[in-house]
Design a protein around this ligand. Structure first.
Ligand SMILES: C[S@@+](CC[C@H](N)C(=O)[O-])C[C@H]1O[C@@H](n2cnc3c(N)ncnc32)[C@H](O)[C@@H]1O
Length: 211
């Protein structure tokens, strides 16, 4: 938790902290989202002013949790959150974006092409139809945790794979509701963690489930 007497760092410092050598690529992605992303209905026009704090930094804050070589899936990637952000910040992991809507996968293909991301694969599918396993499965703003458990846990590698569900303040309550289904599907531990403490005004809350 951030010390309430301590100021969070500036946006620029946070961007540098989380994106390191890849800041320019992150800025390019932000520019695409703010222009084409809005025009094509991938994000709402009101999000532009809060793109970094609410979206890009919120996603990037979680990347220290990834391990080099991790094979990651982002379920319901939408405009690429968090999957594209993670792929930019962490070229040492590979990311599969799972998104059923054609309009969105077309946008994602263009983003990946324009940014020259070589560590991203796009699959136009619903999570339930995917028959693969990943070291880390993530999802943000896709469904409640009980539904996410059914869609995502079967995709998490058995013995050591993780589900990282990016959630808001409802995380702890969602865990209580979903605990039964998570355990039934093989969860060995369920923890609510925050990322970006001391850096972000609102740290990112993540439900971490170990399979
Ligand atoms: C509200 S958007 C969130 C997009 C992005 N994750 C974000 O944080 O901005 C939810 C996305 O989940 C996708 N989705 C819904 N059901 C899905 C399913 N069963 N499997 C995979 N994606 C799904 C939708 O097409 C949509 O793009």
């Amino acid at each position: 938790m951030r010390d309430p007497n301590e100021e969070p760092v500036s946006r620029e410092t946070a961007i540098e902290r989380f994106f390191g050598d890849h800041v320019e690529l992150a800025r390019e992605y932000a520019a695409i989202l703010s222009a084409d992303g809005v025009e094509r209905g991938m994000i709402g026009p009101r999000e532009v002013g809060r793109l970094w704090e609410r979206h890009l930094l919120n996603c990037a804050a979680v990347t220290p949790s990834l391990v080099a070589g991790d094979v990651v899936a982002d379920v319901g990637s939408g405009a690429g959150l968090p999957g594209v952000v993670w792929a930019i910040a962490r070229p040492d992991v590979t990311v599969t974006l799972i998104e059923p809507l054609l309009r969105r996968t077309r946008f994602l293909e263009e983003v990946v092409d324009r940014l020259g991301l070589e560590n991203v694969t796009i699959r136009r599918e619903r999570a339930e139809a995917v028959d693969d396993h990943f070291d880390v499965v993530t999802a943000r703003a896709v469904a409640n945790l009980s539904k996410l458990a059914r869609w995502c846990l079967p995709l998490v590698r058995v013995r050591g794979g993780r589900l990282l569900a990016l959630k808001g303040s409802s995380a702890a309550a969602e865990v209580e509701k979903a605990r039964g289904v998570l355990e039934e599907l093989g969860a060995r531990s369920i923890v609510v963690t925050t990322y970006g403490d001391g850096v972000l005004e609102i740290p990112t809350t993540v439900v971490e489930v170990l399979r």
